[in-house]
Design a protein around this ligand. Structure first.
Ligand SMILES: O=C(O)CCC(=O)C(=O)O
Ligand SMILES: [Fe+2]
Length: 388
């Protein structure tokens, strides 16, 4: 029997009310049906009434500008180049970047301008000899001194832990909506959550330094590399845009009390392309206001291989997937690379060293020579990994 499925054409970003998923009944069934459609046909949603306390969210919103207003020498003292775990402050000032999948560097590259502060809950560092090289990405973050910004670390770590917990609950809803056991994705996570490596970034997007240069932007079109992204838009300034299956750019403006949730390439791969890692970009604000945002990137365990995925979706899910593939304005190339056949921790470190060769030379000198047997690359061959 042939079924004809027409993919939903999204012309705006849909919203799901998280509370509807919390109790069995028709509302929960409807939530799961909408979630399935969204995962397959747009890959982006607003999540309202989520489980993270608004008090915690509001603290993060209040701290974001305060961090970036700190004197430059304090921000520089937590520069990520001082962290083997690649945590800390990074000033992306008008750099040329190339993003995975979405594009190659052309003759007139986009230059991105933003500041970011990457953090995680503290993990033990494993710098001792004998640990696999990639475990050295674990480690404590860099934080400004407590007296400079009292309460900053506590508020951000509280936020991190609450969103992390939501990320596992949401992964289980995704599995269920796709007709799998709710625990099906647990195979991609460590039971001991302290081994997991989510990352959060405070982002600050200033208006362009040269408004006459249309190539200056916040973040060029890209897909996130991780599993799920939970984005808090932390000021009332728009700029995020999302590409739908027909190639139209949809605005995704801030909506109070929501997270924007989108799917990363790891989730795309473990679902063999059924869930879509959707392209998105951030335009620099027109000014004078600055835009702040706080993406939380969940990820798979460092100890799994994405290419081991063998999801047993029901036939109707595969039909929805095939119907979407026929409608896409471009191929979604989710095929497994050699990198997906090795441990995810190794792949992640490889991307980090490719992105930041200077960090590779400093903290992973032996591994660096494996990645770059012919010596350090020229600047233009850099690949930007956002959800690092
Ligand atoms: O700042 C935003 O709104 C989105 C950021 C983003 O896409 C990223 O960091 O991967
Ligand atoms: Fe992103």
């Amino acid at each position: 029997m042939t079924t004809t499925v027409t993919p939903t054409h999204y012309s705006s970003i849909p919203t799901l009310d998280y509370t509807k998923s919390q109790h069995p009944g028709p509302e929960r069934d409807a939530f799961l049906a909408s979630l399935r459609d969204i995962l397959i046909n747009i890959g982006f949603l607003y999540l309202s009434n989520h489980s993270v306390s608004m008090d915690t969210v509001n603290k993060v919103i209040a701290y974001a500008p305060k961090f970036f207003e700190l004197p430059q020498e304090i921000k520089d003292s937590v520069d990520f180049t001082c962290s083997p775990a690649f945590l800390g402050y990074f000033n992306v000032g008008g750099q040329r970047v190339v993003h995975a999948r979405s594009g190659t560097e052309g003759p007139s590259p986009i230059s991105e301008t933003r500041e970011q502060f990457t953090f995680a809950a503290d993990r033990d560092s494993k710098l001792a000899d004998g640990c696999p090289e990639w475990t050295k990405q674990d480690g404590p973050g860099l934080w400004p001194p407590e007296e400079v910004l009292p309460g900053f670390k506590a508020a951000l770590v509280d936020y991190y832990e609450q969103v992390e917990s939501l990320s596992y609950d949401f992964a289980s809803l995704i599995a269920e909506s796709l007709g799998l056991d709710p625990a099906a994705f647990e195979q991609w996570f460590d039971k001991d959550r302290m081994k997991m490596q989510p990352r959060v970034k405070l982002m600050r997007y200033p208006p362009p330094t040269d408004p006459s240069n249309p190539k200056e932007t916040g973040i060029d079109s890209h897909e996130d590399r991780g599993f799920l992204t939970f984005l808090l838009q932390a000021s009332n300034v728009a700029g995020l845009e999302v590409r739908n299956i027909s190639g139209e750019w949809l605005a995704c403006p801030p909506v109070d009390g929501t997270f924007v949730v989108n799917l990363g390439r790891a989730l795309e791969k473990v679902t063999r392309g059924v869930c879509m890692a959707t392209s998105h970009r951030v335009l620099s604000p027109p000014g004078p206001e600055v835009r702040y945002s706080v993406p939380f990137f969940s990820n798979v365990s460092m100890y799994v291989r994405l290419a081991d995925a063998d999801p047993q979706f029901p036939q109707e899910v595969w039909e929805m997937y095939k119907a979407r593939q026929r409608k896409l304005d471009r191929p979604v190339n989710w095929v497994y690379s050699n990198m997906d056949k090795q441990l995810a921790g190794l792949t992640r470190l490889t991307y980090k060293v490719k992105n930041h060769p200077e960090m590779g030379m400093k903290y992973h000198p032996v591994f660096f020579r494996e990645v770059f047997p012919n010596g350090p690359p020229t600047k233009s061959s850099k690949v930007n990994s956002l959800a690092a």
